[in-house]
Design a protein around this ligand. Sequence first.
Ligand SMILES: Cc1cc2nc3c(=O)[nH]c(=O)nc-3n(C[C@H](O)[C@H](O)[C@H](O)COP(=O)(O)OP(=O)(O)OC[C@H]3O[C@@H](n4cnc5c(N)ncnc54)[C@H](O)[C@@H]3O)c2cc1C
Length: 337
Amino acid sequence: MSRGILLYAELTRYGEDGQYIHPVFFELAAKANELSQKLDNAPIYALLIGQNGLVENFKEGFIRNNIGTVYVVEDDQLKDYSTEYYSKIAVDVVKELEPEIFIIGATTQGRDLAPRISSALGTGLTADCIDLDINDKGQLAATRPTFGGQLMATILCKNSPQMATVRPKVFKPMKEFVENDTKFVNKKADIDNVEKKVQLIDFLKNPEKEESSLEDAEIIVAGGRGMKDLMGFELLKEFASLLNAKVGASRVAVEMGLASHEMQIGQTGKTVTPKIYIACGISGALQHTVGMSGSDKIIAINTDKNAPIFDIADIAIVGDVFEILPELIEKIKQNKN
Ligand SMILES: Cc1cc2nc3c(=O)[nH]c(=O)nc-3n(C[C@H](O)[C@H](O)[C@H](O)COP(=O)(O)OP(=O)(O)OC[C@H]3O[C@@H](n4cnc5c(N)ncnc54)[C@H](O)[C@@H]3O)c2cc1C
């Protein structure tokens, strides 16, 4: 019997509304359910760290995502994330539970926390994965881009637990919930002797981020070098607004100053999984497609019929964006009328 899969249930802040469990946890939970089946129904655990009384608000999410046991570490000193406190607690739980696999979301918090835990435990960490599987030896096979995104490497870890971080939006949450008779186990935070080196003063909103919120968009219209200039991007924005879509960009478009970094999609930008992704003048380099290939439907417009983006497109439109987009805009306007 496998020793199980532990997931980190990150608590994150959302405006003034207080805290919520980061959506990446539910994406990891869906994947963990798949991995568990390949490990003879290995138990799935979650670790939740936060202030006193917190778990009451979140029980339902664990129960409906088939989590067997949630280790809850509540203490008012844990209200806000602290690298030192949280990593000490996670290490203590792992030492006691000895899970075979430990998966954390590659969020700002997860990227800070995971390496500290893995180095304290003397185990390996495959960071920023885009896929996870179990190989025929029952090991975690963690895939991530390597050599500047030229290759996909599947990495195995010799030590235990096998650790990985996974970007938000790489996996989809469960479509249908699988309920469990989830156990909630309270653990005491043994942090009295831990020196907290960083003091949190305040949270400031990133206005640019809120404006774009690409990750939540149902439709994304993205532009690349083929959009040529700012006028080209204006055309893209007009098209996007008619579709109630968000605008994304390739890295080249960002480097050309046509879009902000917040709008960049791909290996060094955002990972998105909208219902419809419309790529305009984007060639489809691997570093771009790792960030959008999980979209439900991909439509690509490109003058080059051999552009790699067409290999993953559901609808391929070979043609000039400056002819096709104005035509589409006209048609949508007519239909709206
Ligand atoms: C370490 C590393 C990380 C990277 N991270 C990212 C990342 O996160 N995101 C990302 O996007 N890239 C990333 N890149 C860059 C990536 O390798 C590509 O260079 C980039 O995605 C190409 O952008 P593009 O498709 O806009 O430009 P190009 O590859 O130049 O493609 C432009 C396309 O537009 C088409 N076109 C031209 N004119 C028209 C027209 N009038 N109508 C229709 N089509 C037209 C052309 O046929 C061409 O296919 C990264 C690279 C490295 C090395």
